[in-house]
Design a protein around this ligand. Structure first.
Ligand SMILES: Cc1cc2nc3c(=O)[nH]c(=O)nc-3n(C[C@H](O)[C@H](O)[C@H](O)COP(=O)(O)OP(=O)(O)OC[C@H]3O[C@@H](n4cnc5c(N)ncnc54)[C@H](O)[C@@H]3O)c2cc1C
Length: 397
């Protein structure tokens, strides 16, 4: 076993830390104005391209950085330190786009990897959240294409997206993913709710009314008709690892801020860091961060070892990604809560990053599958295939 970073991983970590440091100065502007100016977006885009960390999940041949899953985790861990979800300015085309046909690649994936076109994933509906099989959006075959009707909620980046990846039911074929340009007639933003966090982009609700798309809008081509849930599951699986990584980075930033504060803040003639009740909060937070970082790295490494997993291994990895997401997001929420407490009243002021981290980490227990859904995935694995895959290390060779 070797737990050291290779020179390449250490270099990626440093590059991600440098990029994070360049984006941090935009946090205050984003918090105060609920978003960034076009100039700020342009400046960040240039920094992302200069760092070489654009589209880290996309092969280099299509313009991405082509990182392994473990490498992506190392990068996301650093970017997760950013508040206001500024990590999302470091674009990554949605994973299902890897199945794009050659024409779709030219039109969506390659410009997406270059940061010239943004995508947004539209799965959730008013009556279909944790249970995507309840989706009511339809794509009905008509002449040489489809007509899409329905409603999608919480479409992250939907306000600036050039195209949407929409999950819709095709009568006779089943759930299917479609590539829909945002300016297609019939696509409309219904409303843009305000959320607990201040996110650099919005999460609008979309209405699709008689939206006509060609047969070539089926993501991956006609062979992927009815494959919408499989693509959704693949997207969730890797994304859950990235959420795990980002929440750990966020927790580390919160703890760094809180320990620095505890050193300088004197109450009752003693720095807070000398108080044992404060020390207990710091110690518990170190445990939460260190254990979850190690586990997230381990599971990411396991993903890379199983490049073409058989269906059973795939399901086990899916459950391990759920374990990562559940453990890391819950632990990071605990850490942020303690760190806010160490800051006292200041920890409740939005100008303080620790307040924003506390507020922003909350959604990580909800999106990409709630904590309850992760528990169901893990328990289902234990019930069907036993505990081995969940608890043992892989054997090399
Ligand atoms: C800020 C934000 C951004 C988002 N971005 C996107 C996006 O870009 N694209 C997208 O498609 N979606 C997005 N989502 C949607 C998100 O994935 C869903 O909110 C999430 O999956 C939960 O669905 P729901 O809100 O309908 O809650 P529900 O499914 O209604 O769940 C409500 C409660 O019931 C629990 N519950 C549900 N089923 C079970 C069960 N079987 N057993 C036990 N408990 C259960 C849940 O855990 C939860 O506590 C986003 C959400 C938010 C808040």
């Amino acid at each position: 076993m070797d737990f050291a970073y290779s020179p390449r991983l250490a270099d990626l970590k440093q590059r991600a830390a440098d990029l994070t440091a360049k984006i941090i100065p935009y946090e205050d502007e984003c918090e105060r104005h609920n978003g960034l100016s076009p100039e700020a977006h342009t400046a960040i885009r240039q920094e992302v391209l200069a760092s070489g960390l654009q589209a880290i999940n996309t092969p280099t041949v299509y313009g991405g950085a082509g990182l392994t899953v473990l490498e992506q985790v190392v990068v996301q861990d650093e970017l997760g330190k950013l508040t206001n979800a500024l990590w999302d300015t470091v674009w990554r085309p949605a994973n299902p786009l890897i199945h794009a046909t050659p024409e779709q690649r030219e039109r969506y994936l390659i410009p997406g990897a270059r940061g010239e076109r943004r995508d947004a994933v539209a799965i959730t509906e008013p009556d279909a959240g944790s249970d995507p099989s309840a989706i009511a959006t339809t794509a009905v075959p008509d002449r040489d294409g489809y007509v899409i009707d329905g409603e999608k909620w919480f479409v992250t980046v939907g306000d600036v997206a050039d195209f949407l990846i929409v999950l819709a039911q095709v009568p006779g074929a089943g759930p299917t993913m479609f590539l829909v340009d945002a300016d297609t007639p019939g696509v409309r933003i219904k409303q843009v709710p305000r959320f607990t966090h201040t996110f650099v982009y919005e999460h609008p609700e979309f209405e699709f009314t008689g939206v006509r798309v060609g047969a070539d809008a089926v993501l991956g081509g006609s062979g992927f008709l009815g494959q919408g849930y499989e693509l959704t599951r693949d997207w969730f699986t890797e994304e859950r690892l990235m959420i795990g990584a980002r929440t750990i980075g966020a927790a580390e930033r919160a703890l760094t801020l809180a320990t620095d504060w505890a050193r300088q803040r004197v109450q009752g003639g003693v720095p807070l860091i000398d108080r044992q009740l404060i020390q207990a909060m710091i110690a518990d937070s170190v445990v939460d961060i260190a254990t979850n970082r190690a586990f997230t790295h381990q599971v990411a490494w396991e993903f890379d070892q199983a490049s073409r997993p058989d269906p059973s291994t795939r399901k086990t990895l899916h459950a391990k990604a759920a374990t990562v997401k559940l453990a890391a997001s819950e632990a990071s929420n605990r850490v942020a809560d303690r760190c806010q407490q160490i800051f006292g009243g200041r920890g409740y002021i939005r100008d303080y990053p620790v307040e924003r981290l506390w507020r922003e980490l909350r959604v990580d227990r909800i999106w990409e599958g709630t904590s309850e859904i992760q528990r169901l995935v893990i328990a289902n694995e234990a019930r069907k295939r036993g505990l081995d895959g969940l608890l043992s290390f892989r054997t090399r060779g």
